[in-house]
Design a protein around this ligand. Structure first.
Ligand code: PSU
Ligand code: MN
Length: 327
């Protein structure tokens, strides 16, 4: 049992122990499992991503909602319940309380996974790509709640940037306005998901995991709320070229408009169509980057868990006891 955790939340014993011992833990989301990957590879990918976290020296914590409970750590049977047709609902911040209230199942997006991770005291989270400001948002108002969550919840999200189907300059402007550091892990350029280089700068380059961990400590020393984006480009061997991506996008965006698809259905639709049009190459690239991000997140969680001595001394002091005023 994790101190202070109440309500419909279940955490796997291995994760409870790791958190109690202050060992590194990496949160993983479930929308990629339920909506972002073909069903044939989704469950095995989820396990492979967890394995990458373990190789990096951290404990994986895959997060979803099952039977109206937030579940942190999933069994094989739990995973199988997320890989179904029709898919389980995609849960973002607005949907989470409803799923818990009605006792439903659902896959958590980046935003909802951040909320659940923060509840359990997990500070580092790995995913594929962030949601962002959609193209045409000036008309549709479609801005992913992921960005707002990064502004308010204290979790670092290790990702390969955001998809080029989004409006990336506006996505970065939004993050800047809301005070979210966008750190490039070994890169000065914000990656564009399956494409290595968006041509846009990150806010700061961090040469390694230790440098990221130092920024995280300072971020949460200044304010315990608010997240950090850690952008890790897709490995070179798996990357899709910017030209090829533009061509793919032009066709799938046209189809999106033809079919009148909007709202939360947009991201799953685009991922599925791009996979078809590229004969599965976008899926292979997606798998590669998720695993690479899980490995990078583990090294960051390890670095973050080795807190400097001063920090540990400050935190070991007992909390102040406030006595009631005598009248
Ligand atoms: N980007 C991907 N694959 C995904 C997602 C994003 O390449 O599966 C998922 C993530 O869970 C992200 C969500 O949080 O889509 C964003 O959806 P929306 O734009 O509706 O907020
Ligand atoms: Mn949206």
């Amino acid at each position: 049992m994790i101190r202070g955790l109440r309500g419909p939340v279940s955490v796997m014993p291995e994760i409870v122990e790791a958190l109690a011992d202050r060992r590194p833990v990496v949160a993983l989301e479930s929308t990629i499992i339920a909506h972002g990957l073909p069903r044939s590879v989704a469950a095995e990918t989820a396990r492979a991503v967890e394995a990458a976290v373990r190789v990096g020296g951290a404990v994986p914590a895959t997060i979803a909602v099952l039977d109206g409970r937030i579940r942190i750590g999933l069994s094989d049977d739990d995973l199988a319940r997320l890989v179904v047709d029709p898919p389980v609902p995609k849960l973002s911040r607005r949907d989470l309380p409803v799923a818990l209230a009605i006792g439903g199942d659902g896959a958590t997006t980046v935003a909802a996974t951040m909320i659940c991770a923060a509840l359990a005291g997990i500070r580092v989270f790995a995913t594929g790509g962030l949601g962002g400001v959609h193209r045409g948002a000036e008309h549709s108002f479609d801005i992913s709640p992921d960005l707002e969550e990064l502004a308010r919840t204290g979790v670092a999200v290790v990702c390969s940037g955001a998809k080029s189907i989004l409006d990336l300059p506006k996505t970065l402007e939004y993050l800047e306005t809301r005070g979210v550091p966008v750190l490039g892990l070994g890169t000065a350029i914000f990656p564009a998901f399956l494409v290595q280089d968006s041509g846009l700068p990150v806010s700061h380059l961090c040469p390694d995991a230790e440098a990221v961990a130092r920024v995280l400590r300072m971020r949460w020393m200044l304010d315990t709320n608010g997240g950090v984006v850690v952008a890790n480009p897709i490995p070179t061997a798996d990357a899709i070229s910017a030209d090829e991506m533009e061509a793919l996008l032009a066709s799938v965006l046209a189809e999106l408009a033809d079919q009148g698809i909007t709202g939360p259905a947009v991201t799953p639709f685009l991922l599925a169509r791009m996979a078809e049009r590229s004969q599965g190459r976008t899926v292979a690239a997606n798998l590669a980057l998720i695993k690479a991000n899980a490995a990078a997140a583990a090294t960051i969680a390890v670095a973050y868990s080795r807190r400097p001595l001063e920090d540990q001394i400050i935190r070991r002091q007992p909390p102040l006891r406030l006595k009631p005023l005598r009248s």
